[in-house]
Design a protein. Structure first.
Length: 111
């Protein structure tokens, strides 16, 4: 049976809940709006509003969730369709990938 980490969970639990003060940063990359919601010690969460093809670096692995639209993911010469609601993972073997189309994509990256 898996060990439970009750003490560790208690240390990171806030009761009552404390709302974090989040200040998203908005930048443009290759003509696309990029909104960074979180960039912390352990992970980052970034939203890409893609209208032009964009190159994205992948330092570890990425959890990707299409929010609206559709597009094409390009990895190592292969193309993959991206559809709303069908999440996908970019593995650590891929250091850079590109996406084209008209798609709103949320990407979480552990550090």
């Amino acid at each position: 049976m898996r060990e439970l980490h009750i003490e560790k969970a208690i240390k990171v639990t806030n009761i009552p809940h404390i709302e974090l003060d989040v200040h998203p940063t908005v930048t443009m990359l290759e003509g696309n709006e990029v909104i960074e919601y979180v960039n912390e010690k352990y992970f980052s969460v970034t939203r890409y509003k893609i209208q032009n093809e964009i190159q994205i670096n992948n330092p570890s692995y990425s959890l990707c969730l299409p929010l609206s639209g559709n597009g094409i993911l390009h990895i190592d010469g292969k193309d993959y369709d991206i559809q709303v609601g069908i999440g996908f993972i970019i593995t650590s073997h891929t250091k850079r990938y590109s996406i084209q189309g008209n798609i709103d994509l949320l990407v979480s990256v552990p550090k």
